[in-house]
Design a protein around this ligand. Structure first.
Ligand code: TXA
Ligand code: MG
Length: 321
């Protein structure tokens, strides 16, 4: 009897071939969800203009519907069909797209993005990702793709395809290998006179400020990014930050050339490089939360450059447990 190739089981990630990307584009067109790689973290995507697909994203993640989603587009032209870009947001898009920057923009009156994706706000968060698979998927789908990070709400973000497949069973996942940046995009509110940093992320503040000048801090009474108010990144083990000495029952998340002594150690960057540390952060937390330790001790990470976003995620992970 002639054997036939068995179809890819939905729970095992598919290689990023033209066929798998075309299939994923069809799924999105049909209102279904697809997990796909971006340069920051894996996203769980659906047609941003389809209320049912957007509702399915919230349901799959058990995400509170007060927390709006990022819409992924090909470029600034596609962004301009949905959000209003002023001179500063155009300069930011020009400087950093495609790449790890999300702009919160006023919704255009004729914006076709589901209002659920905006969580009822008059704004829409948009980014043009750089990852070739994400870009190919956006082209194949032919619609903007709403995509939060592909983790159950409140859990660690996924930087490997198997992180997604382990936690979101039954979702079609395209495996693009490790997310190279490893931290979510930087979210900037570009609706007011001075752009405001809502979420530190993979694009560091200094790069943005070099283009538009000092960013406003998100504590001057303006609405914050709702997601930042919620519990986040809770690993399965408690985190202890800024440690100088590791307890016997703790695993160690180290940083730099002189790690403390511990039985189980992951080093974010033995050479003390914050870009490397960002890329390793979530994958190492995923590994350590599965070890037999009772807690994860974390060495201090400097707060400059990408350290701002790394320390933000570590603080949330320490609080979120
Ligand atoms: O790198 C990323 O941004 C990844 C990849 C998949 O693109 N996506 C991601 O999405 O991190 P998510 O849903 O995990 O985080 C989106 C953040 C949340 O903090 C949310 O509150 C904020 O963006 N956000 C989305 N729309 C917003 C809006 N209209 N106004 C203010 N904040 C918004
Ligand atoms: Mg997330």
């Amino acid at each position: 009897m002639a054997s036939r190739a068995s179809p890819t089981p939905p729970s095992s990630p598919a290689a990023p071939t033209p066929e798998s990307i075309a299939y994923a584009g069809e799924l999105i067109g049909a209102g279904r969800l697809v997990a796909f790689p971006t340069e920051t973290v894996y996203g769980l995507g659906g047609n941003a203009t389809d209320d049912h697909a957007v509702a399915a994203i919230f349901a799959a993640k058990a995400r509170p519907t007060i927390n709006p989603l990022i819409v992924h587009v090909a470029d600034a032209d596609q962004a301009a069909a949905h959000g209003m870009l002023d001179e500063r947001s155009r300069a930011l898009a020009h400087a950093f797209w495609p790449g790890p920057l999300t702009l919160v923009l006023p919704r255009r009156p004729d914006c076709t993005v589901s209002r659920l994706a905006s969580a009822g706000h008059a704004t829409v968060a948009i980014r043009a990702p750089a990852h070739p698979v994400a870009r190919a998927l956006i082209a194949a789908a032919g619609v903007p793709i709403a995509a939060p990070s592909a983790n159950p709400s409140g859990r660690l973000s996924p930087t490997l395809a198997h992180h997604v497949a382990d936690e979101l069973v039954g979702v079609f996942v395209i495996d693009g290998g490790p997310a190279t940046l490893g931290l979510e995009s930087t979210v900037v509110d570009a609706t007011g006179p001075v752009p405001m940093l809502l979420r530190a992320g993979a694009l560091d503040r200094a790069a943005i400020e070099a283009v538009v000048g000092p960013l406003a801090a998100p504590d001057n009474g303006a609405p914050r990014s709702p997601g930042m108010l919620l519990g986040h990144y809770a690993p399965r083990r408690p985190l202890r930050l800024g440690v100088k000495k590791v307890r016997a029952d703790e695993a160690l998340l180290a940083f730099g050339p002189t790690p403390l002594a511990a039985t189980t150690v992951r080093n974010l960057s033995p050479r003390g490089d914050l870009i490397e540390a960002a890329a390793n952060l979530f994958a190492m937390l995923h590994e350590l939360e599965r070890c037999s330790c009772t807690a994860i001790a974390v060495m201090p990470v400097p707060d400059h450059g990408l350290g701002e976003a790394i320390n933000d995620r570590l603080r949330r992970a320490a609080r979120g447990h």
